[in-house]
Write a protein that binds this ligand. Structure first.
Ligand code: PFF
Length: 432
């Protein structure tokens, strides 16, 4: 549970979610995102967890093990595609995480009275150095084994990050300009909730934020004990994930309006968000500056905690291809982690060299296209291919009274018919 929430909670909540809110008109996006998380992402999270806990293997083996003789090829392909998507996500995720570490470094040097401009100004050298550092940390943890590495990190530090964000939310509410941000955030313009681009952003955000459609949750499902109640565990992870995203929005959206009030340009003349990927790096440092001497310490704490939250997610991404190299190809965990990690780092460096050309393209391909489509394939396998008795038996593990539950009555048919059809319909509508 700690590991699954560590995977879910990361840059997607605190960096990605506010960008999507700011570029989709505020509350309307928040509303649609929450609804889609409950009605589409949560059921697919359950599909991944239940496959993973049953098969107890890497994604390719797990998918093959629930397939029939005719669907084996498709099962394996789904596993491989998930692995590729996890690697693509890690390739851009590590760049952004590197910026977080750079800002933490900037706060640290400011604290000791040195100039921080190299750390906080965009440059290729900065992106590559800190992205590499982030990879070394990620690979190091994955190489050392899952249980010991991951859980220790995620459980202890999350509450501190939450408390820090809550304190910042309260602080920012007192600054001039913040109320305009609150209004945008909390008053949905319902005429916008069905706009195709908003719906696509909300759908991909819901998948990305819950680490779906890549096999991460399947690999983590394989580490969950048979005595755990899976639907409850999945619901807790989903609620925590939404909670942290909504909280981060309460920080970043008002902060954006405070920064705008202080002269920072956020939207261009056509009303589009400028440099969307750098939104929080433009907005939060100017907020920390208003705090005087304490600002550097708060900034250091914030960016260190963000880097750690990013790390608990990145290890879950790297775990997908590493579990395969370890389980199916027979490589030692250490070798698998270093080989795969370095290959993905090479791709990250390629992205940094061609930022304008590649960054948005990789993000969109992985999150708007691959993740939802693989999610549909997971539904297909759980709903149509996997033997019903085995699936239901697996669900009952850890929850003998399951048969009386609403989940039991609704979910199996839901992932069979409604969920895949709805995700597909939303995708088709958005892309056409
Ligand atoms: N859920 C993570 C976040 O919100 O930051 C991102 C993520 C982690 C996506 C793991 C995919 C994944 F496999």
């Amino acid at each position: 549970m700690a590991a699954a929430s560590g995977s879910a909670i990361g840059l997607g909540n605190i960096w990605g979610f506010p960008i999507k809110v700011a570029s989709n008109g505020g509350g309307a996006f928040v509303f649609t995102y929450i609804i889609l998380t409950f009605i589409l992402a949560y059921p697919i999270l359950m599909a991944e967890l239940v496959i993973g806990r049953h098969a107890k293997a890497d994604t390719v083996k797990s998918m093959v093990s629930i397939s029939g003789p005719k669907s084996r090829g498709l099962g394996a392909m789904t596993g491989y595609w998930g692995m590729l998507t996890a690697s693509l996500i890690l390739s851009f995720y590590a760049i952004v995480a590197g910026w977080m570490i750079a800002h933490a470094g900037g706060s640290l040097v400011s604290l000791v009275g040195l100039t921080d401009s190299w750390f906080i100004t965009e440059s290729m050298s900065r992106s590559i150095i800190f992205c590499t550092l982030f990879f070394v940390l990620t690979i190091g943890i994955v190489a050392s084994g899952v249980a010991s590495g991951i859980e220790k990190w995620s459980t202890r530090l999350m509450p501190i990050l939450i408390l820090l964000i809550i304190s910042l939310v309260i602080y920012i509410a007192t600054l001039p300009g913040a109320s305009a941000g609150w209004a945008v955030y909390l008053q949905p313009d319902f005429s916008k909730v069905t706009e195709p681009s908003l719906v696509l952003d909300a759908l991909s955000q819901a998948f990305f934020s819950l680490s779906l459609g890549v096999g991460t949750m399947m690999v983590y499902g394989s580490y969950i004990s048979k005595s755990e109640n899976l639907p409850k565990l999945g619901a807790t992870v989903a609620c925590m994930d939404i909670g942290i995203a909504v909280l981060a929005g309460m920080l970043v959206i008002p902060a954006m309006y405070v920064a705008q009030h202080n002269g920072v340009v956020i939207y261009d003349e056509a009303g589009n968000l400028i440099e969307s990927g750098r939104l929080i790096f433009n907005v939060l440092p100017s907020l920390f500056e208003t705090m005087g001497a304490a600002g550097n310490i708060v900034s250091l704490l914030f960016f260190v905690l963000m880097s750690i939250a990013a790390l608990t997610s990145s290890i879950s991404m790297l775990e997908v291809p590493v579990a395969y190299a370890n389980d199916s190809l027979g490589l030692s965990r250490k070798k698998a982690a270093w080989y795969v990690g370095i290959a993905i780092l090479a791709f990250s460096v390629l992205i940094v060299f061609n930022m304008d050309l590649l960054f948005d393209g990789v993000v969109n391909f992985a999150t708007q296209f691959s993740e939802p489509l693989i999610g549909i394939l997971f539904c297909f396998f759980v709903g149509w291919v996997w033997k019903r008795d085995t699936l239901l038996g697996e669900l009952k593990e850890g929850c003998p009274e399951m048969q009386e539950s609403f989940f039991w009555k609704v979910w199996p048919a839901y992932v069979r018919f409604i969920c895949p059809t709805a995700v597909l319909a939303l995708l088709v509508r958005s892309f056409i």
